[in-house]
Design a binder for this molecule. Structure first.
Ligand SMILES: NC(=O)c1ccc[n+]([C@@H]2O[C@H](COP(=O)([O-])OP(=O)(O)OC[C@H]3O[C@@H](n4cnc5c(N)ncnc54)[C@H](OP(=O)(O)O)[C@@H]3O)[C@@H](O)[C@H]2O)c1
Length: 328
């Protein structure tokens, strides 16, 4: 059944020229409200991306129990296209495919050049703000005033009056910025606070800051060839009740480029995967302490591929070892 909000969203996506995926899919906790059913008659059939069919898995944010779909997306690089109309067009479809599958979490930062502006414009144009879990950052700033000014600007650029998650980017000025993020959380300007980094050599400091500040979220790198978080960060996140968001699962695309021409292993079908990207995402989602992964893409077909990784089984120990060997 299509409810009024879904109809309006469908109509506005179509009016904005967005090719909608057939809307059969939804995340588990959203089954009552996710869009279902038809394709607007105004969108030609040839423009439709392939269907996302399946049930996107969700995991709980430990500090509240709120569930979020395990596949999110990043915006570094992919959304840094400024006013380039040709580059924005596929991003509309990347966003529409994401929303139609019931996915929610989008990560950005004020220092990803034009990414916040582009994301803000496309979300407003498609009228899908209320379906999303927006995560941005206090990024490269020092002191409370700089942090506050940057956050106000992020809200303007994202065309919203609040975000779902505000993170301290790369552990810079952490004490002051996490205090500001907590203050904004008290004011209802963000629901959650977090800390981010993207390198193995920062994980010792991240562990110390996790113990000290006990954020709701951390965001850190993890892939079959960068497994540093398995030792300390993941067990600690579980003990402290901190949600874990994974960045750079594809090592910024390098990992997929490495295996692009290799045939998929036979066992991939047992994990319900039909691409290397899905195997890698299923690898990083296998530990139960991981909450969500945020692959970045500028291509609708890659978005669909990535979303599929959030369905069916994740990898068992034997499959994880086989993937590491295949990528090694
Ligand atoms: N310190 C921090 O807080 C921090 C640091 C790094 C990253 N991040 C966040 O994490 C996000 C993800 O990290 P990342 O962007 O560095 O790298 P990534 O997600 O590891 O890789 C992105 C690359 O993978 C390609 N790709 C995506 N899906 C694909 C698929 N299904 N098949 C083949 N290729 C695919 C993309 O190219 P196409 O466009 O061609 O698909 C892009 O070149 C960032 O966007 C950002 O939001 C945060």
């Amino acid at each position: 059944m299509t409810n009024r909000r879904d109809f309006l969203t469908t109509a506005s996506l179509a009016a904005a020229g967005i090719a909608l995926a057939p809307l059969a899919a939804c995340s588990r906790e959203n089954q009552a409200t996710a869009p279902v059913g038809g394709t607007p008659a105004s969108v030609p059939a040839a423009a439709q991306p392939a269907a996302f069919t399946g049930t996107l898995l969700s995991r709980a944010i430990p500090s509240t129990g709120e569930k979020i779909p395990v596949i999110g997306m990043g915006t570094s690089g992919s959304f840094e296209v400024d006013g380039d109309a040709d580059a924005r067009a596929p991003l509309r479809e990347v966003l529409a495919t994401f929303v139609a599958a019931g996915a929610k979490l989008i990560d950005t930062a004020p220092t990803y050049s034009s990414a916040e502006d582009v994301l803000g414009d496309l979300v407003a144009e498609a009228k899908v703000r209320e379906r999303l879990f927006l995560a941005t950052k206090l990024s490269g700033v020092s002191g409370r005033d700089e942090g506050m000014a940057q956050f106000q600007d992020s809200l303007r650029r994202l065309r919203t009056d609040k975000v779902e998650l505000l993170q301290v980017h790369n552990l810079r000025d952490t004490g002051t910025q996490i205090a500001l993020a907590r203050e904004l959380q008290q004011q209802g300007k963000t629901r959650y606070v977090g800390l981010t980094h993207y390198r193995e050599d920062a994980q010792k400091q991240l562990a110390q800051e996790m113990r000290q500040h006990k954020p709701d979220f951390i965001q850190i790198n993890y892939s079959p060839v960068s497994r540093g978080i398995e030792k300390t960060i993941l067990p600690m996140a579980k003990d402290l009740g901190i949600a874990v968001m994974i960045n750079r699962a594809f090592e910024d695309g390098r990992l997929i480029a490495q295996v692009r021409d290799k045939p998929l292993p036979d066992w991939a079908k047992d994990a319900g995967a039909d691409s290397w990207a899905q195997l890698i995402l299923k690898f990083v989602l296998s530990p139960e302490a991981v909450t969500v992964v945020i692959p970045a893409t500028s291509k609708p077909r890659h978005q669909l591929d990535n979303l599929k990784a959030g369905t069916g089984p994740m990898l068992d120990e034997k499959q994880r070892a086989a993937l590491v060997a295949a990528l090694g």
